[in-house]
Design a protein around this ligand. Sequence first.
Ligand SMILES: [Zn+2]
Length: 160
Amino acid sequence: MKLEGSCHCGNVKFSLNSRTPYPYRVCYCVRCRKTAGVGPHIMGESETLEVTGEDHVGVYVTSSNPQPGQAQAPAELRMSFCRDCGCHLFLHAPVWAGKVYPWATAVDTELPRTPETFHINLDLAAPWVEVPSGTAHRSFDAVPPDSIEEWHRRHELYED
Ligand SMILES: [Zn+2]
């Protein structure tokens, strides 16, 4: 699926191909909350990413959240945002080479509606946040064990 996105002021536009376009993962961690509010990120193929207005893009270099029981050091993350309007666009991580993770909130293409929503990194959520519950919602203290690709394959939503 081809996705097109943009920042709020319109100085930056981007497009990419995604085999995993369902915005089912909402992250409540401090990093996502502080930089971009709380919204789902999706995954696409980084070699297909095209950006116009690149001179308006800033990159915030940070690290992934340490996970309980995780042996390796947190991974470097590179979060791209528009320097004019502050809109967060997508992130890259060298450990997940070949993939790019756009914020669903910056994507203008109509995304498919997800059959269920995973609320993740709730150990790091703000204490005032009200997490939706019910049959279409699942809550995770950290990151769920199955990857974004595995989730799409399990639901027969992966686009080969
Ligand atoms: Zn902008």
